[in-house]
Design a protein around this ligand. Sequence first.
Ligand SMILES: *[C@@H]1O[C@H](CO)[C@@H](O)[C@H](O)[C@H]1NC(C)=O
Length: 388
Amino acid sequence: MARLSSCIGYFFVFVILQSFRASASSSARKTASGALFIFGDSSVDVGNNNYITTIPENQADVKPYGQNGFFEGPTGRFSDGRVIVDYIADYANLPLIPPFLQPSADHTHGANFASAGGGVLPETNQGLVIDLPTQLKNFEEVQKSLTEKLGEAQATELISEAVYFISIGSNDYLGGYLGNPKMQETYIPEVYVGMVIGNLTNAIQALYERGARKFAFLSLCPLGCLPVLRAMNPKASESGCFEAGSSLALAHNNALKAILTSLEYILKGFKYCNSNFYNWLDDRIKNPSKYGFKDGVNACCGSGPYGGLLTCGGNKKVTEFQLCNNADEHVWWDSFHPTERIHEQFAKALWNGSPFSVGPYNLEDLFFNKEKLTIADIVDAPDGEHFQ
Ligand SMILES: *[C@@H]1O[C@H](CO)[C@@H](O)[C@H](O)[C@H]1NC(C)=O
């Protein structure tokens, strides 16, 4: 009985908090203010690489990229349609955020600096991508032009109210380390992860010093289960994934989590949203039907075992490729990248995920300046996913 009544008590606290959150968000929603700045790699590139000189593997400017009809044709997104930041802009009542390099784009709601193939370290795919330090320089340029356009006070407010979405690191471990024997001879994995995280921390602090306060991170997925690594797996493990790839991703995610926790103490006003993308995607790879997919292993577009050869589009060395009938049934779109459907499901999870899976803030909290809910606030696990 005592237990039951305390449950009812918690239930009321929960209802009150939820309705408080709902009213806070509906009043905030009326104004489409705010901005979204995006840094990263092909997971969030929306076309910057269309404007740089690089190899076809780093560009998604041919069909069937973008085939699902949301956009008129290929846009540079490594997806059959949209990518996660397109959904996030939509949920935040913002327009689609344009690539930084798109001529005469309007940056009053943000800019996307991401570049497919890009890494945290300048050595990663050097000369073929816009690396993170350069993405930061490009941000400074946008900040300058916003200050000229809006005036100092308004630009400062825009910068501090904006959300900074960072999705980067996979290429440092794939091409930058596993594909680079020299790096592997020079650095043991722990030291290499430390370098990536050290440089990422510097980037976060550089943005903070320029006025950024609200950050969101897309942690790394089980890299060893990318169709490309599954296909190259020399000794098939039980899962069929390339364990060295997944271990690096796990080490990176753990180090990132620890750094973010300490930055929250060190940097006044620093708020962030992080989550466990590793477990979230791993669950869909292993149990696709639980989430409405039929295939969690094979790429929809590609060739060879698991569709693991990056041939999608037919503009690379190997011009033959296969395309599945329904990309919505697949977790993987091509040998490196998930389908639009995965992007959408993860965008939703980050947007309003509970403190059990996303935190300390979810994206809705960050955009609409709401208080964070803690696990203690809601006590009982609500329905939904718990992938932390
Ligand atoms: C950043 O990366 C470079 C290699 O590009 C490395 O030498 C340096 O130690 C790293 N910095 C930090 C703070 O880890």
